[in-house]
Design a protein around this ligand. Structure first.
Ligand code: PYC
Length: 306
């Protein structure tokens, strides 16, 4: 039997489980290289941390590792019930609050290494956290996709730390009562994207609609099949890239993105010296559990149900 310490939090309703000590050695390569080793040799542990009976399809795991970028104080590899993420906005907000809870980080600016590059993270005195994400961009506007049962759907393809297909004209109300219908719609779109070599990499689907309290409300289907309870940090970054490309949001202008459950991220972007869009996403997270993952050799489901 062995045990692995963790701390759980939620960011706008979306859970993050920070694994404090890897029970295996990933070497000292880049975070992208270490993520490959995690996937190739230790994927059992991903399932142990993120699937039933210990967790669910909403859980995003965050493995804390030493950074490879010397400007960062920590490194993190994100994963879920089905695989690995590139970056995770809500997860990074949760990670910062977890490190504060553990007394490992104070209010102020920090840098965190991820498989897609270093991100900035500022812990504010009131407990909110701002993430300065990797550069975001729109790769294609108005990509037309034939979808089984839905006809031709047009959407934008954008990168915000993960790949997104963003759809405005879906004809559905973005409301929690419609979550099954919204999930079914997104699953069909994702299946259609997966059939085409040029869009296979897109694993997040984001539906956008009007909000009564913010600039927009979204429904984001995550790769594991669950919808994001938060407004999705990387999805909001992808949305900012589209707004900037359409000339609808200027640098520094605030964009308030509401999630399908009513939680809000405040977002803005600046342009770096190369002219790339650097999104900043601000939100709140709360630590809500801590403990040890216990791996018992006698347990047929010690590495999850799969
Ligand atoms: O906040 O970037 C995010 C995210 C990705 C998947 C779930 N949340």
């Amino acid at each position: 039997m062995h045990s692995v310490p963790f701390v759980d939090s939620h960011t706008g309703g979306e859970p993050t489980r920070v694994i404090l000590e890897a029970p295996f050695d990933l070497g000292s390569g880049s975070l992208a290289e270490r993520r490959e080793i995690f996937a190739a040799k230790y994927d059992d542990y991903r399932r142990a941390f993120c699937t039933e009976p210990r967790a669910s399809d909403t859980t995003v795991g965050a493995l804390l590792v030493p950074p490879s970028d010397p400007t960062c104080s920590v490194g993190v590899i994100y994963f879920n019930n089905t695989g690995y993420l590139n970056m995770c906005g809500h997860g990074t907000i949760g990670l910062v609050r977890t490190l504060e809870y553990l007394g490992r980080l104070q209010p102020g600016p920090h840098r965190i290494d991820t498989p897609v590059g270093a991100v900035g993270a500022t812990l504010h005195a009131d407990g909110r956290v701002s993430i300065e994400n990797v550069a975001a961009y729109r790769a294609e506007k108005g990509f037309v996709l034939p979808v089984d049962g839905l006809g031709k759907i047009a959407g934008d393809i954008a990168w915000g730390g993960n790949w997104f297909f963003l759809i405005e004209n879906h004809g559905l109300e973005i409301a929690l009562k419609n979550r099954d219908q919204l999930t079914d719609y997104c699953l069909r779109v994702r299946e259609a994207l997966a059939l085409r070599s040029e869009t296979q990499k897109i694993d997040h689907i984001e539906l956008l609609g009007p909000s009564h309290v913010a600039d927009s409300r979204n429904f984001v289907l995550c790769p594991g099949g669950a919808y994001d309870r938060s407004p999705c940090g990387t999805g909001t970054s992808a949305k900012l890239a589209c707004l900037c490309a359409d000339g609808k949001l200027s640098p520094g202008q605030i964009w308030r993105q509401e999630s399908v459950i009513g939680t809000i991220f405040e977002a803005a972007y600046h342009l770096d010296r190369a002219g790339s869009i650097i999104p900043t996403i601000t939100g709140s997270a709360f630590v809500n559990a801590k403990g040890d993952i216990v791996l018992d050799e006698q347990d047929p489901f010690q590495f999850g149900i799969s």
